[in-house]
Design a protein around this ligand. Structure first.
Ligand SMILES: Cc1cc2nc3c(=O)[nH]c(=O)nc-3n(C[C@H](O)[C@H](O)[C@H](O)COP(=O)(O)OP(=O)(O)OC[C@H]3O[C@@H](n4cnc5c(N)ncnc54)[C@H](O)[C@@H]3O)c2cc1C
Length: 288
């Protein structure tokens, strides 16, 4: 993806260096998994594009210095289906015509907020097109695919924490005169958690290594995200079981892991969408 020099210096590098906050604005009320259904439009008018539409569930939009906004700039037909040609734009905070409002509260990651964004004849200079006009899916795909490996790594870390606190609890908590970890009903859960976490970690490391080599496919990123997020879901649930009632109390360490784990199978593409990506990649060479 080609970026203009000023975009790298003014937006992308400061964002990577932590000097500016960005947000990624793709999802809309009618377009979640089916991103092609986005309705936000951008129409060329002289040196500008004029954006109209809305987004929701956009992480940190209220604190961001700029947003990467995806909008339809053209339509075409592909295999009898109407497809959208999408363009991505760098939109500065406080650009006239763009308003941002706090979205609903999420049960996962309570300190993390999502926002709704509204574009009402919002003028964005053509120089702020990120990549090329009509090539916004390339930008979205590059972001989401790398993001999936990041989610996988995050899940491995959370699952390991669930295992660590469960091990300690199983060793300390006594019932019927013995540490509960001495009962197979508990110790086998710990064994399964540890085994699955090790597998998720190795898959994630291998995928990250392939990303560094430039050989990672979309399906491989999907496998890491799918597997690690599902391992975390199981580990968090088992941790609650091992802690018993204390697992659901917000004084303990496990309730938060369990709540936060839930989002990981949804954002950056749901588990079902990862399975689509993986199976499509496997079948593509065989289907005519
Ligand atoms: C806390 C949070 C933060 C987010 N941050 C951002 C952000 O910063 N930027 C952004 O653009 N988006 C963001 N999102 C949006 C997120 O990416 C979407 O929620 C996600 O892609 C799923 O879309 P949806 O919620 O509309 O669910 P839907 O697409 O409506 O899916 C509902 C269910 O149907 C299933 N489903 C849908 N289609 C299929 C199919 N073809 N086959 C099988 N099953 C299917 C899904 O897997 C899911 O189980 C965020 C969401 C949340 C909750």
């Amino acid at each position: 993806m080609a970026c203009k020099g000023e975009q790298i210096n003014d937006y992308l590098l400061p964002s990577i260096q932590g000097e500016k906050i960005d947000c990624f604005a793709l999802t809309e009320p009618g377009a979640g998994s089916d991103a092609n259904a986005i309705k936000t439009r951008a129409v060329r008018d002289g040196d500008d594009f004029v954006l109209n539409g809305s987004k929701h569930f956009i992480s940190h939009a209220g604190h961001a210095d700029f947003a990467i906004v995806f909008a339809v700039t053209d339509t075409y037909e592909h295999n009898g289906r109407q497809r959208n040609a999408v363009t991505s734009f760098l939109v500065d905070r406080n650009t006239p015509g763009m308003t941002i409002r706090r979205g609903p509260k999420c049960v996962s990651n309570r300190g993390y907020h999502t926002f709704e964004m509204f574009f009402d004849d919002c003028r964005v200079p053509a120089s702020k097109v990120l990549g090329e006009v009509g090539k916004g899916w390339e930008v979205a795909n590059a972001w989401l695919t790398a993001g999936r490996v990041m989610v996988a790594a995050n899940c491995v870390g959370q699952a390991q924490r669930a295992l660590d606190v469960s091990l300690q609890w199983a060793a300390d908590r006594k019932q019927f005169g013995q540490p509960i970890g001495t009962y197979q009903g508990v110790s086998f859960k710990l064994a399964d958690m540890a085994t699955q976490i090790r597998a998720a970690e190795l898959l994630t490391l291998h995928t990250a290594w392939k990303m560094d080599q430039g050989t990672m496919t979309d399906g491989e990123a999907g496998m890491a995200k799918l597997f690690a997020s599902e391992v975390l879901g199981r580990a968090a649930d088992e941790a609650v079981q091992i802690f018993g009632g204390m697992g659901l109390m917000n004084e303990g360490p496990v309730e938060r892991i369990w709540r936060n784990a839930r989002i990981e199978r949804i954002w950056e593409g749901t588990s079902e969408i990862q399975r689509h990506i993986i199976s499509r990649e496997l079948l593509r060479p065989l289907l005519r």
